[in-house]
Ligand binder design. Structure first.
Ligand code: BG6
Length: 484
């Protein structure tokens, strides 16, 4: 299978925070890979803008190092790196002052797509947006890209939305949640809406429960100060897990286009019930053999911030009445594994009275590692001995099913940046979605903060605290094993 690359229109992309970590690790290595694939038009330009006083040659040299480190060894090629770096320019810009804006304007071309990536602290969004407008650098067709954290609660998210809305229309604002750029996340929509098989069963009549797990092996060392003000709820649930939940639970949109999809996601968020505190387990990792405790990593010996959370969530609508969605995410867990599991009900009547009971079908959508889809079916065990059942996987690991095309899958950032240039907002969050997610999250956080609750400790390298297992056991269910 040959992957098809459709070139995008000619563009000037300005990266504010061009010397920062995200630019070096994700944005520029991603753009380099798109360049290699032939998707980037000949004349397109990438302009780094940051406070550091350096010239284009120095920025190119530092980005060369970043590409070597982060673009993946299999794509390293000196000639093409040189070709890519020729498109890079740098302007020192003072985000809150006067310096650099005239020079930036001088570099921008008319009549090409212009996009501005705000890879900076949210406190700078307003100042940059204002200067882009007052200097006439951004026009009505320009796009801006903003990253999480998009606020830390409803109030701050509203303020940010209002600030951006002073200068840009909602159709120009691209709020990145990189989970939406992951291949399998989009595949979830393909599985649901490009096949007839699942949709008739995709409701409370046939589904027992849903599990969404995003487990990581890394701790928060290196970014402990940021994380300690955030915690798993703000850092992962309010955005990434919420998006996975939305795509799993939403009604079929009428078109695969931005507002149809986002309208349906918004309805899911608005249908979420408040979660009683008994249905939430917060955890914090202890010191393990291969790493320090959360308290050491966060450098806050009295921290009550959670590095793990498990919760039972209800979507209050006809489709999902009575179907629990169990969400779980944590740091320093047993393995890096993200998946969505749809656990179907048992058949309504067991005709095999003399045999063990048929098991339930389970559909697993694996985001990482080994992206793919797996459906567990019950069949008869071959051979004599009557009706004995065995569960078999119908496994579609993309790498096996699609070969080289699966290996060639663009990283989430690559895809999303190209969508910005194409002007396609489908995989980006709309302002009202972000606000609705905070409106649901805020009271839960306020509840444990007001009570002064401490998270329970768990051993690093495990599946999290015992209480999380109990959360499901008490409903007569079990989490899926966390394994790589
Ligand atoms: C980020 C969070 O948004 O997502 C991190 O801030 C987390 O804490 C990361 O580690 C996980 O992303 P991925 O793509 O590695 O699953």
């Amino acid at each position: 299978m040959v992957s098809r690359v459709i070139p995008v229109d000619d563009f000037d992309l300005v990266i504010f925070g061009g010397t920062g970590d995200l630019a070096r690790r994700k944005i520029l290595p991603g753009l380099y890979r798109r360049f290699l694939s032939g998707q980037m038009p000949e004349a397109s330009r990438i302009i780094g803008a940051a406070r550091s006083d350096m010239d284009s040659a120095a920025w190119r040299a530092s980005i060369r190092d970043a590409i070597k480190e982060f673009a993946g060894a299999n794509v390293q090629d000196k000639a093409s790196i040189d070709g890519f770096l020729e498109r890079l320019h740098y302007v020192p810009v003072d985000a809150t002052g006067k310096a650099g804006w005239k020079e930036l304007k001088g570099l921008m071309r008319k009549d090409v797509v212009s996009a501005f990536y705000f890879s900076v602290a949210p406190s700078l969004f307003g100042a940059i947006a204002e200067r882009l407008k007052t200097h006439g650098i951004a026009g009505n067709a320009s796009r801006i890209v903003v990253e999480k954290p998009f606020g830390r609660d409803l109030e701050t998210a509203k303020d940010l939305n209002a600030t951006l809305a002073e200068y840009f229309d909602e159709t120009q604002i691209y709020r990145i949640d990189h989970y939406l750029g992951k291949e399998t996340v989009q595949n979830l929509m393909a599985v649901r809406f490009a096949n007839i098989l699942f949709e008739p069963l995709w409701n409370a009549q046939y589904i027992d429960h849903v599990q969404i797990t995003v487990a990581e092996t890394v701790g928060v060392g290196g970014r402990g100060a940021y994380y300690d003000k955030s915690g798993a709820m703000r850092d992962m649930v309010q955005n990434h897990l919420m998006q996975l939940l939305c795509l799993t639970a939403m009604e079929p949109p009428s078109h695969f286009e931005p507002d149809s999809v986002r309208d349906e996601k918004l309805k899911v968020i608005r249908a979420l019930d408040p979660v009683p505190s008994d249905d939430i387990v917060r955890g914090q990792y202890r010191e393990g053999l291969d790493g320090p405790s959360y308290l050491e990593d966060s450098e806050n010996p009295d921290s009550r911030t959670e590095s793990f959370i498990a919760m039972k969530v209800k979507v209050s609508n006809w489709r999902w009445n009575g179907v629990p969605f169990y969400l779980r995410t944590g740091k320093r867990m047993k393995a890096r594994m993200s998946e969505i599991v749809i656990s179907f009900k048992e058949p309504p009547h067991n005709i095999f009275t003399e045999a063990d009971h048929p098991r339930c079908n389970i559909l697993t959508i694996r985001l990482q590692p080994d992206e793919g889809i797996d459906l567990r079916m019950t069949i008869k065990e071959p051979g004599p001995g009557g009706m004995r059942f065995v569960e078999v996987p119908m496994d579609m690991t993309f790498a096996d099913a699609l070969g080289a095309a699966a290996a060639d899958v663009p990283d989430a950032y690559e895809r999303l940046i190209m969508d910005v240039i194409r002007g396609n907002q489908t995989l980006f969050m709309r302002g009202d979605e972000v606000e609705a997610a905070w409106a649901w999250t805020d009271p839960l956080i306020a509840d444990w903060t007001n009570k002064g609750d401490r998270p329970v400790s768990y051993d690093a390298g495990t599946a999290g605290p015992e209480d999380a297992l109990i959360l499901m056991h008490r409903d007569g269910r079990r989490w899926r094993e966390i394994s790589a």
